[in-house]
Design a protein around this ligand. Structure first.
Ligand code: SF4
Length: 490
């Protein structure tokens, strides 16, 4: 699974924005490795440098030197909608009659094609097949008729889907989150300005202070002198639809989302996993690095209670926590291996068990998800080859049964092992002695949210957006694009 994107925007009091944006993109690199870019504005004109590759590959010293101006936005991308080439790399920038626009988008629109058709019929020429350009053109058109805030509101009334945006309109930086707040976006204060970023880890990197999350449906406008920001709650929704996988997998453990440190949330999910499906084994070990926080919480809870829930008399009798699997950090992620054979080889290249930790022992191995089942099968086999007597698998999230339409590159429904197999069948397929997932109720409980305030689409098959051919988990319909154009003038 891969996150689609990371976004950032800064407005500083006179200092060049290029380097802070560059460092922030480094902090968000885990959210996208395909392309990176920065757009700045110096008060007179827009400057842009966008290319394919990692942040460290895309920017040379000279590139940063010519990105003039104290305001700007940045982006790292892993593509799911649109082509895998530079035409979809971001920020997307465009100049039009009322100035210049830059757009960085994290998420995925459900109705981009309808809006693109309408705009194209009105004479808009598109240079990519990505949904970000659709938002940019729609906003540019609205800006010809409206002030900034009303133009953004009008565009928000037309687009349907998941979006966290940083936008530059000349030297004004904006942040927008979709009315259900599917993707994260937060505000930070720097010594000499303000920053908007997908994750608070980017704010930490710049020695800034997290102010708060951008609220679902909110527009935040950073003042162009770096002295503050203005807030406009443009759309109020009864329920939110935060992606629960941000907490489980995508976000950095040192980021804070919804006032909770992601590492702590994962540890608490691990504790819950023990409470729901703990099994007494000699040793518990994480799949590095994704399972580490879950396994630590799981082992912690196991030192307090026995698997049946009764308090443990002696904490030393709990399940031993051990790093029994070593990761080769120089192997690419398994998802970029296109064939099954290559993916299987990649797992063996990537993970190596420490024999003395597992030999002759019963082992519980903990991860955050099972997608195709390839990694888990290989892992169980590796541990058994190293002499493990039993291998039990525990997963800190519910079964992934359906694809994501909101910007996560997951797999097709056919590729997802849980889409047509029961937990017992998956256990047999991966050859584990037992297998258990966390329940969706446990996820909502640990994240301290109502189920209806979370997106659980990939684990329930019911989505918080109106997606062709899929069920919804709430009363939601996408806007009629033609009507929104005619009547969205409030
Ligand atoms: S479908 Fe799953 S991965 Fe996609 S936004 Fe919803 S919870 Fe997140």
């Amino acid at each position: 699974m891969t996150e689609k994107c990371g976004v950032v925007g800064v407005s500083l009091d006179g200092r060049s924005a290029a380097r802070p944006l560059y460092y922030a993109l480094y902090a968000l690199q885990h959210r996208g490795q395909e392309s990176a870019g920065i757009v700045t504005h110096d008060g007179f004109q827009q400057h842009s440098h966008v290319d394919m590759g990692l942040v460290g590959e895309v920017f040379e010293e000279d590139d940063l030197d010519v990105l003039n101006g104290s305001t700007g936005i940045g982006h790292v991308r892993y593509p799911t909608a649109g082509s895998v080439d530079s035409s979809c790399a971001q920020p997307f920038s465009v100049s039009f009659k009322s100035g210049s626009l830059g757009l960085s988008h994290n998420g995925n629109l459900v109705n981009a094609d309808e809006i693109r058709e309408e705009l194209a019929a009105g004479g808009h020429a598109f240079t990519s097949d990505g949904d970000t350009e659709v938002i940019a053109h729609d906003l540019a058109r609205n800006l010809l008729e409206e002030d900034l805030v009303r133009a953004v509101k009008r565009t928000m009334g037309r687009i349907h889907g998941s979006y966290a945006l940083t936008i530059s309109h000349d030297d004004t930086i904006l942040g927008v989150r979709d009315p259900q707040g599917n993707r994260p976006l937060c505000i930070g204060e720097l010594e000499d300005g303000y920053i908007l970023a997908s994750e608070s880890a980017a704010i930490d990197t710049l020695d800034g202070t997290l102010v708060r999350d951008v609220r679902p449906g909110e527009l935040v406008v950073l003042q162009d002198d770096g002295q503050g920001f203005d807030s406009y709650q443009l759309i109020d929704n009864e329920n939110t639809a935060h992606c629960f996988f941000e907490h489980v997998y995508f976000a950095r453990p040192d980021s804070v989302i919804d006032d909770t440190l992601v590492y702590e949330a994962r540890r608490n999910l691990g504790r819950k996993l023990w409470a729901e499906s703990g099994v007494e084994t000699d040793v518990v070990m994480p799949v590095p690095d994704s399972g580490r926080a879950f396994a630590s919480g799981y082992a912690d809870a196991a030192s307090e209670t026995m698997a049946d829930g009764t308090p443990r008399a002696d904490a030393d009798e709990g399940v031993e926590f051990a790093e029994g699997l070593m990761k080769n950090r120089y192997v690419g992620r398994t998802f970029i291996m296109p064939t099954q054979d290559e993916r299987e080889r990649a797992v063996r290249l990537k993970l190596n068990p420490i024999k003395s930790t597992v030999e002759g022992k019963t082992v519980t191995v903990i991860d955050d998800s099972i997608v195709r089942g390839t990694t888990s099968t290989q892992l169980v086999q590796l541990l058994k080859d190293c002499g493990a007597e039993e291998v039990h698998v525990r997963i800190g999230a519910p079964e992934i049964v359906a694809p994501c339409y909101m910007g996560i590159d997951m797999a097709t429904r056919e590729e997802l092992i849980a889409s047509d197999k029961t937990t017992a069948e998956i256990r047999d397929a991966i050859d584990a002695d037992s297998l258990a997932y966390l329940s969706t109720d446990a996820v909502a409980d640990v994240l301290d949210m109502e189920r209806l305030d979370l997106c659980l689409g990939c684990v329930t098959g019911e989505y918080p957006y109106d997606i062709d051919g899929e069920e919804t988990d709430r009363d939601v319909t996408r806007p009629n694009v033609g009507e929104t154009r005619l009547h969205a003038d409030d």
